[in-house]
Design a protein. Structure first.
Ligand code: ADP
Ligand code: 5GP
Length: 216
C-alpha cells in the first residue's frame, strides 16, 4: 500500500438513495480545502435522462462499443444493472490515483465487489434511504425516470440493500446535511489509517527514540 496514492471511495446505494448528491457535496468541500477530488464518469448503455449530458454524467455508448471495451480489458469493473450495462473504465481511475487524487465511484454492489478484489484498500460506503416511501418520493421528485424505470429501481432496491454488511461504512441519508457530514467524516477517517499516517508517525517515533537514547 502506497501512502502517496489517492484514496478510492466506492459509494453504493439503491438508485435514488442519494449517492450522487452526497458525493458532489463532499467533493465541493474537498476542493475548497485545496484537494483535487475526481468523480469517476462511468460508461453505460442506458439512454440519457433529459437532464444528463454525455461526458459529464456518463459516457453514453451502445452495447457493441461497451462490449469492445470489455474485450479490450478497459474496465476496472462492469455489471448489468436494471437491464443496462454500466462500467468504470481504468482510464477514469488509475492515473488519477497514481497522481494522488482522491477518486469517487458511484457504482452498484456488484461493481463494488469487483473493485474490492483489485483495490483492497478502497473505502466502501453504502448509503441507505430512510424508508421505502421516501425513496419512492425522491425518485418521483427527481423527475428523470418514467414510471416503469422507477418501479424496476424500487423492486431491485431490497436486493441491493441486503448487501450492506459487505461495506466498511453505512450512512442513512435522511437529513441531507447530516448525511453529508457523515460522508465527510468517512473521508477524514480514511486518511487516518496507519498506512496513510506512516510518514508523520515515523517522524514522531524517531524523535522519541532519540530522546530515550539521550536519557539512557
Ligand atoms: P442516486 O445518485 O443514488 O441515484 P441522487 O443523488 O440522484 O441519487 O438523489 C435522488 C434524488 O433525491 C435527487 O433528486 C436528490 O436531490 C434527492 N435527495 C438526495 N438526498 C436527499 C435528502 N437527504 N433529502 C431529500 N432529498 C434528497
Ligand atoms: P442510474 O441508471 O440510476 O444512473 O444507475 C443505476 C445503478 O447503476 C446505480 O446503482 C449506480 O450506482 C449504478 N452504476 C452507475 N455507474 C456504474 C458503474 O460504472 N459500474 C457499476 N457496477 N454500477 C454503476
Amino acid at each position: 500500500m502506497d501512502a502517496t496514492r489517492g484514496e478510492l471511495f466506492i459509494v453504493a446505494s439503491p438508485s435514488g438513495g442519494g449517492k450522487t448528491t452526497l458525493i458532489r457535496r463532499v467533493m465541493q468541500e474537498l476542493a475548497a480545502q485545496g484537494r483535487e477530488p475526481h468523480f469517476s464518469i462511468s460508461h453505460t448503455t442506458r439512454p440519457p435522462r433529459p437532464a444528463e449530458r454525455h461526458g459529464v454524467d456518463y459516457h453514453f455508448v451502445d452495447r457493441a462499443s461497451f462490449q469492445r471495451m470489455v474485450v479490450a480489458g478497459e474496465f476496472l469493473e462492469f455489471a448489468e444493472v436494471h437491464s443496462n450495462l454500466y462500467g468504470t473504465s481504468r482510464a477514469e481511475v488509475e492515473g488519477r490515483l497514481e497522481r494522488g487524487c482522491d477518486v469517487f465511484l458511484d457504482i452498484d454492489v456488484q461493481g463494488a465487489r469487483q473493485v474490492r478484489a483489485s483495490v483492497p484498500d478502497a473505502v466502501k460506503v453504502f448509503v441507505f434511504p430512510p424508508s421505502y416511501v421516501e425513496l419512492r418520493r425522491r425518485l418521483v421528485a427527481r423527475g428523470q425516470d418514467d414510471e416503469a424505470a422507477i418501479e424496476l429501481r424500487l423492486k431491485n432496491a431490497v436486493q441491493e440493500m441486503r448487501e450492506y454488511a459487505e461495506f466498511d461504512f453505512v450512512i442513512i441519508n435522511d437529513r441531507l446535511e447530516e448525511a453529508t457530514r457523515a460522508l465527510a467524516s468517512v473521508v477524514a477517517a480514511a486518511r487516518m489509517r496507519p498506512f496513510r499516517m506512516r510518514a508523520r508517525v515515523q517522524a514522531i517515533l524517531e524523535e522519541f527514540e532519540r530522546a530515550v537514547k539521550k536519557e539512557d
